[in-house]
Design a binder for this molecule. Structure first.
Ligand code: FAD
Ligand code: NAI
Length: 462
């Protein structure tokens, strides 16, 4: 039997990064992946294809606004098949890149479904390999909705919605979370009439309320319709489409929405089935995630778990950080457990929505003293020059120490702009220190500086 120091199950951003780092630390490593390509949900059917389609559809949407820049173009059009082919090429190139990195770092890819017949063993197809340690990085699957059958033709998960062969005239999205907004925007830009049905009375639960409300208004302006506070009672396939029956949560009124396609995007669930965890006695928490300690060890010696399959934000960069921390600890290196409060979340709509740390509501609810600083992009020179004036930067700080408690950015490049504040929060830099550091002019980053100045009560340009 072949013998490895570490066998990783799952080659998503958690698993493949952990495998590479472990090999770099001198461990003999195999990574089991059942897909025909590496990279997991993120590269194959998640982060990357969704961002490719967001980019393509954004270019298309921009064509309509080029006249404002003094540019005239002839009759414009788009070819959906070519757009999809470009997306597939981006995905293909990146997944091949991981295969190359495995070779370069000496990670053995075992292609097939992995199970754990006993501690210290992993079975893949007909082969059983020995493993000093096993790292479960099997990720997550889309959550289902009771009574709704996904067929990936009309009733879709994100995977189906990333590969539609034609633009639906009417798209109903169930769930105003990250996937619902990103993919809803893609198809709305390409011509679908999109209705987003959300159970709660707001979009993006977990995001700062003021930012979410402003984002909703901007998305509505672009044509997305929201039906909030509604429960989906049923989705019935009829012919080439479906009828979605929704019920208002406040008064029980029932309504129906006709759709050519329905995207179910109500969250994701950890993927633990079929690994043999029950027989091994691996403890799951009440929500079905694998319970781990600060070094990502389960209750069964020699079995660890990271990424979407353990608690914490279900994000690719969080999975990567889990993976690095887990294998560094395994190899005997000191490595602090990742602090999930410092993990930024970005919704890649236009405008982008970036969140970090506490929301204003959370600080109010916990009676935490705080100051708030805001700066609207309409007052920022670069934003004006680019025509990207929608949105704002909002920072929340401690009035005594000046430490940053949270930061929320709505606007173009919000996902890049938030990084400065991630570094500030991670290193303990204060509002004063961020405001005192030089920000290139004209840059949207100046809005970050200005928001910090505003929180300190000394705004310059507002
Ligand atoms: P995964 O990426 O899910 O990888 C797990 C892998 O394990 C899979 O390849 C699976 O085939 C394999 N596997 C499972 N069980 C077995 C088994 N028994 N044997 C062998 N192989 C197995 N996050 C972001 O940070 N930014 C984004 O922009 C973003 N966009 C997203 C867009 C969409 C549409 C979706 C669905 C998700 C998005 N995410 C995004 C979330 C991100 O994809 C996940 O958080 C991330 O992929 C989790 O990584 P992971 O390594 O834990 O698991
Ligand atoms: P989500 O948790 O972001 O949003 C789900 C939404 O559905 C919530 O607003 C919730 O209130 C609503 N909902 C739940 N049940 C419902 C019901 N029965 N009817 C109507 N609405 C209902 O989940 P989503 O969008 O599916 O994304 C899954 C995960 O993937 C997220 O955890 C996210 O972190 C990750 N992801 C990250 C992206 C990014 O970082 N840019 C992009 C896409 C996904």
């Amino acid at each position: 039997m072949r013998n490895f120091d570490l066998v990783v199950i799952g080659a998503g951003p958690g698993g493949y990064v952990a495998a590479i780092r472990a090999a770099q630390l001198g461990l003999s490593v195999a990574c089991v992946e059942e897909r025909a390509t590496l990279g997991g949900t993120c590269l194959n059917v998640g982060c990357i294809p969704s961002k490719a389609l967001l980019s393509s559809s954004e270019h298309w949407a921009e064509v309509k606004h080029l006249a404002a820049h003094g540019i005239t173009v002839g009759e414009a059009g788009f070819d959906l098949a070519a757009m999809m082919a470009r997306k597939d090429k981006v995905v293909g190139d990146l997944t091949k890149g991981i295969a190359h990195l495995f070779k370069k770092n000496g990670v053995e890819w075992l292609n097939g479904r992995g199970t754990i017949p006993a501690p210290g063993q992993v079975r893949v197809g007909d082969e059983t390999v020995l493993a000093k340690n096993i790292l479960i990085a099997t990720g997550s699957d889309p959550a289902g909705l009771a009574g709704v059958t996904v067929d990936e033709e009309v009733v879709l998960t994100s995977t189906g919605a990333l590969a539609l062969p034609k633009v639906p005239d009417l798209l109903v999205v169930i769930g105003a979370g990250v996937i619902g907004l990103e993919l809803g925007q893609v198809w709305a830009r390409l011509g679908a009439k999109v209705t987003v049905v959300e159970y709660l009375d707001r979009i993006l639960p977990g995001a700062d309320g003021e930012i979410a409300k402003t984002a909703q208004r901007l998305l509505q302006r672009q044509g997305l319709a929201f039906q909030l506070g509604r429960k989906v009672a049923s989705v019935t396939r009829d012919g080439a489409g479906a009828t979605v029956t929704v019920e208002r949560r406040d008064n029980g009124a029932v309504d129906t929405i006709e759709a050519d396609a329905v995207l179910v995007a109500i969250g994701r669930r950890p993927r633990t089935a079929g690994l043999g965890l029950e027989a091994l006695g691996v403890t799951l928490d009440a929500r079905g995630f694998i319970a781990v300690d600060g070094q990502f060890r389960t209750n069964v010696p020699g079995i660890l778990a990271i990424g979407d399959v353990v608690p914490g934000p279900m994000l690719a960069h969080k999975a990567e950080e889990d993976g690095i921390a887990a294998v560094e600890a395994l190899a005997g290196h000191a490595h602090a457990a990742p602090d999930y409060a410092l993990v930024p979340g970005v919704v890649y709509t236009a405008p982008e929505i970036a969140s970090l740390g506490a929301t204003e509501e959370a600080l109010k609810d916990s009676a935490t003293p705080h100051v708030v600083g805001r700066f609207q992009f309409i007052a920022n020179g670069r934003a004006r020059a680019m025509g990207a004036t929608d949105g704002l930067v909002k920072v929340l700080g401690c009035p005594d120490t000046g430490r940053i408690l949270g930061a929320h950015i709505l606007g173009r490049n919000a996902g890049e702009l938030i990084q400065e504040l991630v570094l500030a929060m991670t290193t303990g830099a204060t509002l004063e220190q961020v405001a005192a550091s030089s920000h290139a002019h004209p840059g949207m980053g100046e809005a970050v500086k200005e928001a910090c100045l505003a929180a300190l009560g000394k705004p310059l340009h507002a």
